[in-house]
Design a protein around this ligand. Structure first.
Ligand SMILES: [Zn+2]
Length: 384
């Protein structure tokens, strides 16, 4: 394992990713679920083995990129936590898509997917990874976009093909591990490790580790990072369907520095610094036409983001010296945020879960618990 990458890979991804990387290859074994807010970062936190999570997208310093906070959230005091079962368990149990018209419902980090389509695990210019997770599903527009990116990167950018990481579960929704977002079938992780010139076995797709692009928290490794990485990200950012791309701040810095001042730099505005994302980059597309309940994120500005914003991000990911613990017994850790309940998702997500012969029944307890919650929420909203 590379020490620089280890140090530079920061914050809450680390514990989650490391644990998950150890457990992920075993289908059916529940992996740890990340908190939605990063815990305290330490320089000694181990690095992930594989690009598995985007929990950092809820990072507090990246308000404009914070997909965990829907723009139409309930005002005022947070509603009481509903007592329904965790949505991640219900959506994680759905092995097939909802047989409905394709529709992304809710927000990237709080929603679900109707009529999901699979990305074929093998294509002329891509291979899907970690097949046991069954996360190669998305809105048809996302599937088309990933295919197009892979095909054009092979044709024009020197890639033999792309290794594709997680998209969404068959019916979207929260996941049992990793990712705060990827819930509505509009997010895709693309490995920055080139695809080998051969078909990988299923076992290899579980076990193969991705390569970090970093030499340090603030710079890419020139022996690993190359022009073709920059071309790939630029190509993805240039598609009008793409709304945002997440990369590690050091990668954003490399892109900023590698783009001449007098060249077209507008595509850089879509490329957003984010924790993690040094093994893979994350593509997010706009709400598709017809997805009327899909909640958009505020548009990115026109600035290239290579100035103050990048400087702030680099400071955020700079490893901090460990803080010595005070003497005496350790206080218990603060309670973690409870997992998202089915009652917190848009109501249509119940139909998405239950539709078709393979539908997942939403337990009665959840429905009962939903009533007071919905009443309280509507009362709060009506006061506004
Ligand atoms: Zn992602």
């Amino acid at each position: 394992m590379r020490l620089p990458a280890l140090v530079a890979t920061c914050a809450l991804l680390c514990t989650t990713l490391t644990l998950y990387a150890q457990q992920a290859p075993t289908p059916g074994v529940p992996a740890p679920v990340p908190a939605t807010k990063p815990p305290a970062r330490t320089a000694s936190t181990p690095a992930p083995e594989a690009p598995v999570a985007e929990t950092k997208e809820a990072a507090p310093a990246a308000k404009s990129d914070a997909p965990a906070t829907p723009t139409t959230g309930k005002p005022g005091k947070a509603p009481d936590k509903p007592k329904g079962p965790p949505a991640r368990d219900l959506f994680g149990a759905a092995k097939t898509p909802a047989p409905l018209a394709a529709r992304s419902i809710g927000f990237y980090a709080k929603g679900c997917l109707a009529g999901g389509k699979p990305l074929p695990v093998d294509g002329p210019a891509w291979q899907a990874m970690r097949l046991s997770r069954n996360r190669n599903w998305g809105h048809p527009e996302l599937i088309d976009l990933v295919k197009r990116l892979a095909t054009e990167a092979k044709q024009h950018d020197g890639w033999s093909g792309l290794l594709v990481g997680d998209l969404a579960q068959p019916r979207g929704g929260p996941m049992t591990s990793g990712h705060a977002s990827h819930q509505v079938g509009l997010d895709a992780d693309i490995w920055l490790t080139p695809m080998p010139d051969r078909r990988l076995t299923e076992r290899e797709r579980e076990d193969m580790s991705a390569t970090s692009m970093l030499k340090s928290y603030e710079s890419v490794d020139p022996n690993i990072w190359s022009e073709k990485h920059a071309k790939l990200i630029k190509r993805a950012a240039s598609y009008p369907e793409v709304e945002r791309i997440f990369v590690h701040p050091a990668i954003k810095k490399a892109l900023c520095e590698g783009t001449p001042k007098d060249a077209d730099r507008t595509w850089l505005s879509k490329v957003r610094p984010m924790y993690g994302h040094n093994y893979h980059f994350h593509i997010r597309i706009h709400c598709p036409k017809g997805s009327t309940n899909c909640e958009a994120q505020p548009a990115v500005g026109h600035e290239d983001g290579c100035g103050t914003e990048l400087t702030k991000w680099l400071a955020l990911v700079k490893p901090k010296p460990p803080v010595p613990l005070p003497p005496g017994p350790r206080p218990p850790p603060p309670p973690g945020k409870p997992p998202m309940s089915i009652d917190e998702l848009p109501n249509d997500c119940r139909s998405v879960l239950s539709s078709g012969p393979d539908g997942i029944a939403v337990p009665e307890a959840a429905k009962a618990a939903a009533k007071p919650h919905k009443t309280a929420a509507s009362k709060t909203t009506s006061k506004k």
